[in-house]
Design a protein around this ligand. Structure first.
Ligand code: S3P
Length: 424
């Protein structure tokens, strides 16, 4: 994939539905009684993997016009899958489904692509085992494939060492199949889409600070869900519109849940102009975002901000490379265990362009303001790396060639088309 230097970005765009919320809508829809209608569902490969897994467990899911309709069968309505469930590249699918499968009256196996088979699953295996689950890494290395023998679970209070919405959500879903309440406490608050949607479907949850407790055996009722635009997808256009001189872009109906909006806060801290021009609420807070280009400067991104922008750090690194002064990103060791090692991969790719980047164990230091040159970089099978490097390409004489850029289809199949539509 080749991206040429852009003169300016201009126009209005509606980004695809939020990936995290799309996954959760299918999962809770399957476990609810009655129909769940999902509007603005993300048709990315990851969310399609979630649909495939539930179809393999007897759930009828179909597209009806603009909506995805899930015929829920209740908390105990899933059937044993005939073959291993394939989650593809999706960490959210494997970790959240594990919590559901741990409480079923059948056995199952979860597998996926070569990237997912390297990602750490002990973070869910250990707490699920404490709840009484039988879950085993078939390769013995704490990674997928996972074999799960479902059974009745016991509620626990789990102090998670990582701020991970996937771990938290896995345990909340398992908690529905427990005999007593389940509490998860995390070091910092991670995205709370599961809590919001579980309440909407009828579960009883109590949140306090960074702890949340779910009561067992809820009766979930099918819902109409409108999925907001994904702020993680919007981030590439926010970055591009801030960077490319003369740009002005309006992004419609982007989710701005405070556990996800750290990117907007970080961009503003860098001097970027992002204005919420129309706010609305559809189960989750949303806004139209107006972005105008202007000079950027370095900042520090750390601590409780990290979980609120974890997937946007690759594109923040690109912005930092074009900003004046130093940007420090720390407390983000989680980046090392995403779809790729995003610290190593982004440091390598930005260095190829001539940027001054020092990788840290838990982040990176980027000294911006150098004149960067075009070149060839690698996506390493990581959709967020591919889209971040495309943003860099818009700023480079000679543009950029991204090897493996087609992996954007994981979260944003129409990304290159939408980007081209804004390039004036
Ligand atoms: C997600 C949580 C985050 C995020 C991922 C989606 C989710 O992962 O990086 O893209 O939908 O819960 P962690 O929970 O591992 O931080």
């Amino acid at each position: 994939m080749e991206i040429k230097k852009a003169n300016r970005l201009q126009g209005t765009l509606t980004v695809p539905g939020d990936k995290s919320i799309s996954h959760r809508a299918v999962m809770l829809g399957a476990l609810a009684e009655g129909k769940t209608r999902i509007s603005h569902f993300l048709e990315g490969a990851d969310c399609l993997s979630t649909i495939d897994c539930f179809r393999s467990m007897g759930i009828d899911i179909e597209r009806q016009g603009e909506e995805v309709v899930v015929q829920g069968k209740g908390l105990h309505g899933l059937c044993a899958p005939a073959s291993p469930l394939d989650v593809g590249n999706s960490g959210t699918t494997i970790r959240l489904i594990s919590g559901i499968l741990a409480g079923q009256a059948f056995e199952s196996t979860l597998t996926g692509d070569s990237s997912i088979k390297k990602r750490p699953m002990k973070r869910i295996m250990e707490p699920l085992s404490k709840m009484g689950a039988r879950i085993e890494s078939l390769s013995g290395n704490g990674c997928a494939p996972l074999h799960i023998s479902g059974r009745k679970l016991t509620g626990i209070h789990y102090q998670s060492p990582v701020a991970s919405a996937q771990v938290k959500s896995c345990l909340l879903l398992a908690g529905m199949y427990a005999d007593s309440p389940t509490t998860v406490t995390e070091p910092f608050l991670s995205r709370n889409h599961s809590e919001i949607m579980l309440r909407q479907f009828g579960a009883e949850l109590c949140s306090s600070g960074t702890s949340v407790t779910i009561q067992p055996s809820p009766v979930l009722k099918g819902q109409d869900i409108l999925v907001p635009g994904d702020i993680s997808s919007a981030a590439y256009f926010i970055a591009a519109a801030c960077l490319v001189p003369g740009s002005e872009v309006l992004l419609k109906n982007v989710g701005i849940n405070p556990t996800r909006d750290g990117f907007i806060r970080a961009v503003r801290a860098m001097g970027g102009s992002v204005t919420c021009v129309r706010e609305s609420f559809e189960g989750e807070p949303c806004a139209d975002l107006l972005i105008k280009a202007g000079p950027l400067h370095g900042t520090v991104i750390e601590g409780s901000l990290i979980p609120t922008l974890i997937d946007e750090i690759p594109v923040l690194a690109v912005m930092a490379a074009f900003a004046e002064g130093e940007t420090v990103i720390r407390d983000a060791a989680e980046l090392r265990v995403k779809e790729s090692d995003r610290i190593a991969v982004m440091a390598e790719n930005l260095s190829v362009l001539g940027a001054d980047v020092t990788p840290l164990e838990d982040g990176m230091v980027i000294r911006g303001g150098r004149t960067l040159r075009g070149g060839k970089v690698f996506a390493h099978g990581d959709h967020r790396v591919a889209m971040s490097m495309a943003v860099a390409g818009l700023m480079l004489d000679g543009g950029i060639e991204i090897e493996g850029g087609e992996c954007v289809a994981i979260s944003y199949p129409g990304f290159f088309r939408d980007l081209a539509s804004l390039v004036a």
